[in-house]
Design a protein around this ligand. Structure first.
Ligand SMILES: Nc1nc2c(ncn2[C@@H]2O[C@H](COP(=O)(O)OP(=O)(O)OP(=O)(O)O)[C@@H](O)[C@H]2O)c(=O)[nH]1
Ligand SMILES: [Mg+2]
Length: 453
């Protein structure tokens, strides 16, 4: 459902990455686009404003613009802030030692409470728990029967004392029954209303007081617009909400309103429902959903790895060397080491979205062994040879090949590649110097260098 939001944000990121250097101006342009994308997805305007302000504060912070990849950093900030927007807490139920624990489901008519009751029962049973269901919806004639059917589908027991029409007595009875029969969870389904009214709220408060639920889940239909925020706030004020269940995520709703519920009401998303079947419920994982919305695969963990492996000062020193044409075989070896510090090459490439499917890559996997051999060759050289590779004549090549357990051909190949690389770096450094915008050119050189691994 977050598809169009997702597409728009990804476009913003793409153009950000195209910028060699990040300035307050192009951050501002990106922020404007992000703001529009969120508003278009029906996210509450106050939530959007606060979000954009937070991203701006952090993005313009000094350490971001100084970092190795400012645009990636901005993407990361947007990701972090979005996770916060989604509630910044892993979903599921609250920890409690109470037995039986009680889960109370609240919400407007048709939001999906009864369906969610069945889904939860199924989810809990799968984890070896023993849920007991009870309906307190005595207003709508078929409501109790509906829960009976759902319970049967979920293979869970439903407490249904025939003739008992008092919602509070039904809930209290279920609790007692659970205690007698050893059920460890009681799921209480409640009546919905088209609009919030005092009768309903009083009824819910009474049920809450008699059952003392550890989880009071507000069930929100993702399809509802901004109204959902108002009623969620009202339920929270009157009954107290511990978590949100977002339902109907399989629909084509823009979903922003439901998201705003989390920020405005200040409670995390506990579960998401994405279909009518009882299997269609899962605990909410903000990070995963955000990654999906932002379409970044595991790129962020790749960036984190790179940032961890590459020392900013080392990188600056290296840039300086490249500019002064002093890039040696020793530096080359250090670069290789850095790349290897990030983990197996295959794994690194696998983290890039779309890379796994590129045929050439699967057929022509980067060769870890090859990298070790290159390192071994360089290690077999004397310090002098590493700094001035032109002194490496025929007999030295033979010695290096022998010392590294490789062949003269391999040593030749490496030296040839290295000379080509030096030439390329030199021309890039020269270009950068001429254009005056040296930083951009050097950065590009660094990127190419890193890409060579
Ligand atoms: N597509 C889709 N439909 C859902 C989902 N959850 C619930 N529904 C459907 O939404 C409708 C209402 O669901 P209920 O569970 O009866 O909602 P309720 O909140 O109990 O409604 P009341 O008891 O009348 O207040 C049903 O047709 C469900 O099948 C979902 O995640 N996806
Ligand atoms: Mg219902």
């Amino acid at each position: 459902m977050f598809e169009s939001l997702s597409t728009r944000l990804q476009d913003v990121f793409k153009s950000l990455r195209g910028e060699g250097r990040l300035t307050p101006e192009n951050v501002e342009v990106a922020l404007r686009e992000i703001r529009l994308a969120l508003l278009e997805a029906d996210v509450n305007f106050k939530v959007v404003k606060a979000f954009v302000d937070r991203v701006r504060d952090r993005a313009l912070g000094e350490e971001v613009l100084r970092s190795l990849s400012p645009s990636h950093q901005v993407v990361k900030i947007v990701r972090d802030e979005m996770v916060k927007l989604f509630g910044d807490a892993e979903g599921g139920l609250q920890p409690t030692s109470k037995r039986p624990r009680v889960v109370l489901l609240l919400g407007l008519q048709g939001a999906g409470k009864t369906t969610t009751a069945g889904k939860l029962a199924k989810w809990l049973s799968k984890q070896g728990r023993h849920p007991l269901l009870v309906s307190t919806d005595v207003k709508r004639p078929a409501a109790i029967q509906q829960l009976n059917v759902v319970g049967q589908q979920a293979g869970a027991r439903v407490y249904d004392p025939v003739g008992e029409v008092d919602p509070v007595a039904r809930a209290a009875g279920a609790l007692k029954e659970a205690g007698h029969l050893g059920f460890d969870v009681v799921i209480v389904d409640t009546a919905g209303r088209l609009h919030i009214d005092d009768d309903l709220m009083a009824e819910l408060v009474a049920i809450r007081d008699v059952t003392d639920p550890s989880d009071r889940l507000y069930v929100a239909d993702a399809m509802t617009g901004q109204d959902a925020i108002k009623s969620a706030g009202e339920f929270n004020r009157r009954v107290g909400v511990t978590g949100v269940v977002l339902t109907k995520l399989d629909g084509d709703a823009r979903g922003g309103a439901a998201l705003s519920v989390v920020s405005v009401v200040g409670v995390p998303i506990a579960f998401v429902g994405s279909g009518e079947r009882l299997e269609d419920l899962e605990p909410f994982h903000p990070e995963r959903v955000v990654s999906r919305v932002l379409g970044m695969g595991d790129v962020l963990s790749l960036i984190e790895k790179a940032e961890a492996a590459i020392d900013v000062d080392d990188a600056a020193r290296l840039e300086e060397k490249i500019r002064a044409n002093e890039f040696t075989l020793e530096d080359f070896r250090d670069q290789l080491k850095t790349i290897r510090k990030m983990g197996p090459l295959e794994q690194i490439l696998g983290m890039l979205p779309g890379m796994g499917s590129i045929k050439a890559l699967t057929e022509n996997k980067p060769d870890e062994k090859q990298m070790s051999r290159v390192e071994a060759i360089i290690n077999s050289m004397t310090p002098d040879e590493r700094r001035k590779q032109h002194i490496i004549n025929g007999s030295r090549r033979k010695r290096i090949a022998k010392g590294s357990g490789t062949s003269v051909e391999e040593v030749n190949r490496l030296l040839k590649q290295f000379v080509q690389m030096q030439k390329m770096l030199r021309s890039l450094g020269g270009m950068a110097g001429l254009s005056g915008g040296g930083k951009k050119g050097r950065r590009r050189a660094m990127e190419m260098l890193r890409n060579r691994g």
